[in-house]
Design a protein around this ligand. Structure first.
Ligand code: AMP
Length: 283
């Protein structure tokens, strides 16, 4: 496995692989790799002939009061995980490599970035779409892999790729969870054992929602009230949002029909945690 810190060297490696007719897969990450990331890497290794994992804690997707400085960076352990998983190249640029000068060019996706996480994190998606565009331009992958865990991000990136005629396929892989339902996240490291236990209520609230929809309840307001009640049973949970939205437009749904995205964001201690499920309510 090669480790590249420069745009030039990763480009050269990918171009050489491309000339041999190899299908290029990219897994963009911020490192602190866990089983969720590994599931994306495994999908890429299975589908592609040459896999690049990028490890870059992208400063432009963090707000001023967020955890950029404290974000975990266990680089050697990440390399070991990539090596074991059969990755061809880890692209790990320094911030200076990706943003050598004041960044004046941004990619923004409208509307889809306004609700849910966009409300509390106003610059986040602009940073995500800009860095993904940079990574897509640098690596020129045939396929890029994202996780359903960050559902809004996947929807926004997919839309950007379609709207801007970018020449790659976006694959979204299912959310990997702990056995107690907690979605695996690099930010779970910020939680104490008690807080981890508290955080299992997030997935429990999503399951409550699924059960209510399956039982025929169609008023979002009623379901959201029940989910909030469940989350509020745990005093350490501070709710940012509990939303039921159309799975494509991300617009709020009052009367549930078709496929909806049920999404939750909370804070527990210093950790901001998100989770979601897709529910098909039929027509
Ligand atoms: P991050 O390093 O948090 O930016 O995540 C990199 C990619 O891994 C994103 O596409 C995430 O959606 C995905 N990811 C993170 N956690 C999980 C998980 N528990 N299951 C599946 N994908 C995940």
């Amino acid at each position: 496995m090669e480790v590249s810190e420069t745009i030039e060297s990763v480009r050269n490696m990918v171009r050489a692989a491309g000339r041999q007719g190899r299908k290029i897969g990219l897994v963009p990450t911020m490192g602190a790799l866990h089983v969720g990331h590994i599931s994306l890497i495994e999908a890429a290794v299975k589908d592609c002939d040459f896999v690049v994992v990028s490890i870059f804690v992208n400063p432009t997707q963090f707000g001023p009061d967020e955890d950029l400085d404290n974000y975990p960076r266990p680089f050697e352990a990440d390399l070991e995980i990539c090596r074991k998983a059969g990755v061809d190249v880890v692209f790990a640029p320094a911030p200076q490599q990706m943003y050598p000068a004041e960044n004046l060019s941004w990619v923004t996706v409208e509307k889809l970035t306004e609700p849910l996480c966009g409300r509390g994190r106003p610059v986040h998606f602009r940073g995500v779409t800009t860095v993904c565009t940079k990574l897509f331009n640098i690596v020129a992958p045939d396929v890029a892999y994202f996780g359903q865990k960050d559902a809004q991000q996947a929807i926004v990136v997919r839309r950007m790729v379609a709207d801007l005629n970018m020449s790659l396929e976006i694959v979204v892989c299912p959310t990997v969870r702990e056995s107690n339902g907690l979605a695996v996240s690099s930010r779970n490291q910020y939680l104490s054992e008690q807080q981890k236990q508290d955080a299992t209520n997030i997935y429990k609230s999503l399951q409550t929602c699924r059960r209510m929809i399956d039982a025929g309840v169609s008023e979002s307001r009623q379901i959201i009230a029940e989910m909030r009640k469940m989350l509020q049973q745990v005093p350490s949970i501070e709710i940012e949002y509990v939303s039921i939205v159309d799975a494509e437009t991300l617009e709020s749904v009052d009367k549930i029909a078709g496929t909806v995205l049920v999404a939750v964001a909370v804070k527990i201690g210093s950790a901001r945690l998100i989770d979601n499920i897709l529910v098909d309510a039929g027509t």
